[in-house]
Design a protein around this ligand. Structure first.
Ligand code: HEM
Ligand SMILES: *[C@@H]1O[C@H](CO)[C@@H](O)[C@H](O)[C@H]1NC(C)=O
Ligand SMILES: *[C@@H]1O[C@H](CO)[C@@H](O)[C@H](O)[C@H]1NC(C)=O
Ligand SMILES: *[C@@H]1O[C@H](CO)[C@@H](O)[C@H](O)[C@H]1NC(C)=O
Ligand SMILES: *[C@@H]1O[C@H](CO)[C@@H](O)[C@H](O)[C@H]1NC(C)=O
Ligand SMILES: *[C@@H]1O[C@H](CO)[C@@H](O)[C@H](O)[C@H]1NC(C)=O
Ligand SMILES: *[C@@H]1O[C@H](CO)[C@@H](O)[C@H](O)[C@H]1NC(C)=O
Length: 330
């Protein structure tokens, strides 16, 4: 028997709905994922982030960075939080550098005491990052959640996927492209360096030209060089820190980009967004727009944060909800 056109389109509609539903269940994060299972989640996390940031303002920066370093390695799956000799914590970009793990433990404990076994460590990082931005004066946004926690740390992945401050711009761009992030995302997300600190170890190579006098890097302001040379003398303490944004260290604003235009970027990878030859045709014009249009930066930053938060989340029944963010459940 031939089916009528009406029956055919009903069948098509059902198939389409089924497909949409499957896709939805498989890989879509949503703002209300925990609405019934942990209705106070956002409040609980915000309160703990507030306490931590009131105790130490820098913690906002440290928590934001944790989410970034999580997402670039095996997706946003909480893998950065796992302890062990094969942990991501011991990878080159993270060792003696990443911080905030105890605060994440405190948040997780608070969340577990209200909603046990429901909320992933990966989602806690995403929410804490948003709250940190807001507490620093950035714009708020709805964090998408529903991630599950991964089962492995990937130290090799952390060493290869995370951009280094010594990488030339083309490598930085390709590290972001590997995660599905484009030029706008590269510039907007690096604007996170409007808060937080960096150690001498990651920029002092720019400061000294041993065969001449002054800086080894022509793209750094000379008064900033003198200042940093005294903070980071040759053979000094590589763990000494300075602000990534010397103008307004704790404030989430567009000064990072104003600094780049004034040759006051701290990391080579920061200044390269404006000053490298490749920047002329890629990132320089975006830096210029953000330096004069703070609102554009804040809204683009949010869009890129949501995009970064969507990198390969584990959903459905894969992965697990860790009880302790530092170890997989036994
Ligand atoms: C090319 C890309 C990037 C490079 C090379 C880079 C590199 C670095 C380095 C070397 C530090 C200082 C670490 C230390 O002193 O031990 C740092 C700090 C920081 N980074 Fe990045 N970063 C990049 C992108 C990002 C992105 C995308 C975010 C977030 C969205 C971010 C957020 C931060 C924050 C907030 C700090 C300060 C952390 C603190 O004070 O504890 N960075 N970054
Ligand atoms: C570790 O990360 C690399 C680079 O993203 C990836 O190719 C590899 O499959 C990952 N390994 C594990 C065990 O997840
Ligand atoms: C980057 O992607 C966003 C969408 O995610 C888009 O709006 C933006 O124009 C893209 N930027 C570039 C330089 O391609
Ligand atoms: C270092 O100084 C020497 C002598 O002034 C100069 O010729 C050279 O170009 C400088 N090197 C860098 C990397 O600036
Ligand atoms: C920084 O401090 C750690 C110990 O906290 C030490 O192991 C490391 O060598 C120091 N790094 C530098 C560059 O001085
Ligand atoms: C920050 O920049 C503004 C101009 O944008 C300037 O007026 C102010 O003095 C700067 N503050 C510091 C601490 O550099
Ligand atoms: C990039 O632009 C600067 C001026 O903004 C110029 O001095 C430099 O030669 C340009 N580099 C290239 C490769 O076009």
């Amino acid at each position: 028997m031939k089916r009528s056109r009406g029956q055919k389109s009903v069948t098509l509609l059902v198939i389409t709905l089924l497909l949409l539903f499957t896709v939805d269940v498989k890989c879509q994060l949503t703002a209300d994922f925990y609405a019934t299972t942990c209705p106070n989640l956002f409040h609980i996390v915000r309160k703990q982030v507030q306490i931590a940031v009131m105790n130490e303002m820098r913690m906002a920066a440290s928590l934001l960075r944790l989410h970034f370093h999580d997402c670039f390695v095996n997706g946003c799956d909480g893998s950065v939080l796992l302890d062990g000799s094969d942990s991501e914590k011991l990878a080159f970009p993270n060792q003696n550098s990443l911080r905030g793990f105890e605060v994440v433990d405190t948040i997780k404990t608070a969340v577990e005491s209200s909603c046990s076994g429901v909320v992933s460590c990966a989602d806690i990082l995403a929410i804490a990052a948003r709250d940190s931005i807001v507490l620093s004066g950035g714009s708020s946004y709805k964090v998408l959640v529903g991630r599950r926690d991964g089962m492995v740390a990937n130290q090799t992945g952390a060493n290869t996927n995370l951009p280094s401050p010594f990488d030339p711009l083309d490598i930085v761009i390709s590290r972001f492209a590997d995660q599905g992030l484009n030029l706008t995302d590269v510039v907007a997300l690096q604007g996170a360096h409007t808060i937080g600190l960096a150690r001498c170890a990651v920029f002092s190579s720019r400061l000294f030209n041993f065969s001449g006098s002054g800086a080894a890097d022509s793209t750094i302001d000379s008064s900033l060089v003198s200042q940093l040379q005294s903070l980071c003398p040759v053979n000094g303490d590589g763990n000494q820190t300075t602000a990534l944004d010397q103008n307004s260290t704790d404030v989430f604003d567009n000064h990072y980009f104003k600094n780049l235009i004034n040759n006051k970027g701290i990391l080579l990878s920061d200044q390269d967004l404006y000053s490298s030859d490749m920047a002329n045709t890629t990132t320089k014009s975006i830096v210029e727009s953000y330096s004069t249009n703070p609102q554009l930066f804040l809204t683009d930053f949010i869009k890129s944060m949501i995009k970064m938060g969507n990198v390969n989340p584990i959903t459905g029944s894969s992965g697990q909800i860790r009880t302790n963010c530092r170890v997989i459940n036994s």
